[in-house]
Ligand binder design. Structure first.
Ligand code: ADP
Ligand code: MG
Length: 391
């Protein structure tokens, strides 16, 4: 869940960082008043959850209240990379001596939080790593200890920064790490973090992404954000899934997937990809969700791209015969005409397989690979023949 810049800055202020004074406005008149209150020379910044706003002409340094009002009237209602501008941050222009880059992120390779620091601020990190790889420094953090003062100081020193600014920068890194940890962020990126002409440290931008898995325990934080909780962009099918209490994520492919448990579902998606197919959805049924087999199946089939259905059950505590009963009844009720492949293992598998065989006339595969391959081939064949499957 991506926060807007001003929401991210709100968290940085709470964390003790210095952020330019600013006001969020929704009209040119309010922009004029804000610019006057802030002393005239201000930066107007579209509040959209996407980067590179500078390049898109959505960030501008203006000389006074009138210019602020006219630029904000241009910005409001504009589309920036698919995001509608509804609010603008008007903030004091900071005299920049040096632009730096810093990010704290979940690093899948080290499986640790990692702090990245570069002296090439203002550029995208991809550009920095391509054109100035030597300027990019990193340190892995032990989550039990957090970023230590010594680690922060070493990172700054390795980047070649010394003198009066170094301790202030090291403190800023520690504060940023503390914000990342406190809000369950997957990413806190400040680009640029600047040194002002008086050697003060200030965060001029903020990109904060809250780990989606932590949203339930960060309710208070999200509700207290200025401007309210960020909108989660979801498809109609995903909204329907949420209303049904199902964890459904729409994907781009054509193989509909029904599996029990998030882990097996992820594995099934991987297996589909392994056999050069593309899954049409993630959907977790399991726990008590098998009692929702009919709405779950209906949801999967509502995706117009779905050309085949892959059912993969694996039971340990969960009984596959109970899950199969739910899905078989759903298939009997909805009567989909697309090809269906089953593979069932674990507790209750003998009864489950018999049920599928007897009531649907489908032979479940012994090997998961065979079921996946069959579903991928069936989807491909249906797509190739361009056939619109009536469901
Ligand atoms: P984005 O990363 O989306 O392009 P930024 O917030 O980083 O947007 O702004 C782009 C550039 O504008 C920054 O790199 C910085 O040079 C400048 N800038 C942003 N905010 C201020 C400010 N308050 N004072 C002075 N310059 C600013
Ligand atoms: Mg930026």
């Amino acid at each position: 869940m991506d926060l807007l810049e001003h929401q991210g800055k709100h968290l940085l202020i709470d964390g003790g960082l210095r952020v330019p004074r600013g006001q969020v406005v929704t009209s040119p008149e309010a922009a004029r008043d804000a610019a006057s209150a802030l002393g005239g020379r201000v930066v107007c910044k579209a509040q959209v959850a996407t980067g590179k706003r500078g390049k898109a002409g959505a960030v501008r340094l203006v000389d006074g209240p009138e210019e602020a009002a006219s630029f904000v009237s241009e910005l409001l209602g504009r589309d920036i990379a698919g995001h509608l501008v509804e609010t603008v941050l008007v903030e004091e222009a900071v005299p920049i001596a040096r632009e730096l880059y810093v990010a704290v992120l979940d690093d899948p390779t080290s499986k640790c939080p990692t702090v990245l620091f570069s002296t090439q601020g203002g550029m995208d990190i991809e550009e920095v790593s391509a054109s100035h790889p030597d300027s990019l420094h990193r340190v892995s953090v032990d989550v039990r200890e957090g970023l230590t003062g010594a680690q922060a100081a070493e990172l700054i020193a390795t980047a070649g920064i010394s003198g009066a600014a170094a301790p202030a920068l090291a403190t800023a890194l520690e504060q940023l790490y503390a914000v990342y940890a406190a809000v369950d962020a997957a990413l806190v990126e400040v680009n640029p973090l600047v040194l002002t002409d008086t050697d003060e440290v200030a965060a001029l931008d903020a990109k904060v992404t809250i780990d989606p898995g932590s949203v339930p325990r960060q309710q208070a934080l999200l509700d207290d954000l200025p401007g309210g909780r960020p909108k989660v962009l979801s498809t109609d099918l995903e909204s329907r899934g949420r209303d049904l209490g199902l964890q459904y994520i729409e994907l781009d492919g054509d193989v509909g997937v029904l599996a029990n448990g998030a882990g097996l579902t992820m594995t099934t998606l991987d297996a589909v990809a392994h056999f050069d197919g593309e899954a049409a959805n993630f959907l977790e049924i399991g726990g008590d969700a098998y009692t929702k087999a009919t709405p779950a199946l209906e949801l999967v089939l509502s995706n117009p791209r779905v050309r085949s259905l892959l059912v993969n059950f694996c039971g340990a505590f969960a009984r596959t015969d109970v899950m199969a009963e739910g899905v078989v009844a759903a298939i009997e009720e909805l009567r989909p005409t697309l090809p269906i492949s089953f593979t069932i293992h674990g507790t209750g598998e003998r009864e489950a397989i018999q049920l599928v065989r007897d009531r649907l006339g489908i032979e479940p595969h012994d090997l998961m690979d065979d079921a996946v391959r069959e579903a991928v081939d069936a989807a491909r064949a249906a797509s190739n023949s361009g056939e619109e499957l009536a469901r």
